[in-house]
Design a protein around this ligand. Structure first.
Ligand code: SF4
Length: 309
């Protein structure tokens, strides 16, 4: 058994590899805050939001809903172009639920982003209960011309976990959203979190097998972070619970990858919360070190994405 050729020398199918092959050049994501909210916060589904959620933990400094989409793209490109040599960008509608508005408003925002000469597509982060046929039909039309991805926050395939973290939707809602989105030229990305203290390694490995069969093009994995100003932060302060160590997380991610479909592209294997909002776990590792740790473990075990799939 050999490492698949389409990994291009890596031990997993990375988004960078996939995009390089698709475009022949580096494509960078530029994040915007379009001023959305979330039905899990405004009372439509629930109030208070998911117990771990603090949108400040993933909003870069140049983003502000007070600025237009074009201004944010310009400022984002100015910032990113100092670090990365990219000419083309995917606009990432990231904070909150970016399909949670009337279609007219969505059209205005998405089309403003797509009108920028350096933008070749959109990634739209949302909840699986914030999509409907009309929105998907519209996105499918855009996907005929641009690179369009809908990113669904799933977090866990376990309904009990979804209830405990106050997601306000169940696993079936995610499956329905994927069914509605699939086979229309729109890319699907699925976001999960590993590390809820009541879940287990055995469960995450089963999750890898279950998600391998879903029509998702991309997967993003994030370790559970306890960040300030969240319900989980209060729960943790009242009664600290066990969180994964760095070594354990690396080991679980590698075991997860081994069992995961080698044709699904990995967009992310961990996240980084700004130090001023992170409470725990504090591994004191930056992104390059995290990545190195995962690569070293893949090599040490002489394994790769899908080896046990
Ligand atoms: S994680 Fe997403 S769905 Fe949950 S409260 Fe935050 S913005 Fe809403």
């Amino acid at each position: 058994m050999k490492i698949p050729l389409h990994f291009n020398g890596n031990r997993y199918y990375s988004y960078a590899t996939y995009m390089q092959k698709k475009y022949g050049e580096r494509i960078q994501k530029v994040t915007v805050d379009a001023g959305f909210t979330c039905p899990n916060r405004d009372g439509l589904v629930a109030r208070g939001g998911c117990t771990y959620c603090n949108n400040e933990s993933f909003n870069p400094g140049y983003n502000s809903a007070a600025k237009s989409i074009t201004q944010q793209i310009e400022q984002g490109i100015a910032f990113l172009s100092k670090r990365y040599a990219a000419n083309k960008y995917i606009v990432y509608f990231q904070p909150y639920s970016n399909t949670y508005a009337a279609l007219d408003r969505l059209k205005r925002l998405y089309e403003e982003a797509l009108s920028h000469p350096q933008v070749c597509g959109l990634t739209i982060g949302t909840r699986p209960d914030c999509i409907d046929e009309k929105k998907i039909e519209y996105l499918a039309r855009l996907a005929g011309e641009y690179d369009i991805t809908v990113e669904y926050g799933l977090e866990s395939i376990d309904d009990e976990t979804l209830r405990k973290i106050n997601r306000g939707h169940d696993y079936q809602t995610y499956l329905d959203a994927v069914e509605l989105t699939a086979d229309k030229g729109i890319n699907i990305c699925t976001h999960i979190i590993l590390g809820f203290p009541w879940e287990s390694e055995e469960f995450w490995l089963k999750e890898a097998s279950v998600l391998s069969k879903i029509k998702t093009d991309f997967l993003k994995i994030h370790q559970l972070h306890i960040v300030k100003d969240t319900v989980m932060a209060r729960q943790y302060a009242q009664k600290p619970f066990s969180l994964l160590s760095y070594e354990k997380y690396i080991s679980i991610v590698v075991s997860f990858l081994e069992r995961f479909n080698p044709d699904i592209i990995i967009q992310r294997l961990f996240g980084e919360a700004p130090p001023h909002v992170l409470i725990a776990p504090n591994w004191n590792k930056r992104n390059p070190e995290m990545l190195q740790g995962i690569q070293a473990e893949l090599e040490r075990r002489d394994t790769w994405q899908g080896k046990l799939y």
